[in-house]
Design a binder for this molecule. Structure first.
Ligand SMILES: Cc1cc2nc3c(=O)[nH]c(=O)nc-3n(C[C@H](O)[C@H](O)[C@H](O)COP(=O)(O)O)c2cc1C
Length: 201
């Protein structure tokens, strides 16, 4: 699944209403929305009242809501600073080791669905194999890709769930940012003869 730009960030005015975001946010509040046009303004005002001394930002992830949620967020321009953000920019805010996601032209989210399992309990192996195969396929095309782990760190799993609106039976396993490599890294080896056993342990 590729993640496309769909989010709007709203934050307190920096210099004048409508100005672009300046200082980095101290607190990012990610709000996945669908048809919440009527509530966006109220939400922003409540956050502003609750956090007068914090450089906050609200990232409204608008899932192409037909009721004009994105337009409602845009309409706050007179009152708050606002800019379009991509979902890829939101990922590093919920994952400490995913800074590369915001520059990647493509991020794949690998998920397991326990209701589709043929062999119950094997979803982790299946997802790990899919992730590794994805890395190999990217490499074979001269692209760079990195395995960014989610499962079993519950707070990362939950954050991705919230960000993308993933249903309960689906478990986000890893994200794989893919792009054109900026550097060539030597292969590392962790070979340790003592860890290899023949016939019996
Ligand atoms: C389970 C797993 C989780 C990983 N999670 C991250 C991550 O969160 N962020 C990251 O930059 N790299 C992550 N990596 C990639 C590793 O940091 C490393 O780049 C990769 O394993 C290749 O390194 P090597 O050539 O030294 O083996 C992960 C790798 C694995 C296997």
């Amino acid at each position: 699944m590729s993640i496309s730009p769909v989010a709007t960030a709203i934050s307190p005015p920096q210099t004048e209403p409508g100005a672009d975001l300046g200082a980095p946010a101290e607190l990012s509040i990610i709000i996945p929305t669908f048809n919440e046009a009527r509530n966006i303004a109220e939400l922003a005002q409540r956050v502003a009242r609750a956090l007068p001394h914090t450089q906050w930002e609200i990232i409204v992830v608008d899932d192409d809501s037909p009721d004009g949620t994105a337009a409602a967020a845009k309409a706050l321009e007179g009152e708050f600073a606002r800019r379009e953000k991509t979902l890829l920019e939101a990922i590093p805010k919920v994952h400490p080791f995913a800074a590369m996601a915001k520059q990647a032209p493509l991020v794949v989210l690998v998920c397991g669905d326990e209701t589709l399992e043929r062999y119950p309990g094997f979803w982790v192996q299946d997802c790990a194999a899919a992730t590794e195969n994805l890395l190999l396929a990217a490499h074979s095309k001269g692209l760079g890709a990195v395995w960014v782990g989610l499962h079993p760190i519950e707070e990362r799993v939950e954050a991705m769930r919230q960000l993308i609106g993933i249903p309960p039976q689906v478990i986000p396993f890893a994200i794989v940012p893919v792009g054109h490599p900026a550097e060539e890294k030597p292969a590392s080896s962790r070979y340790d003869r003592r860890r290899i056993h023949f016939d019996r342990w």
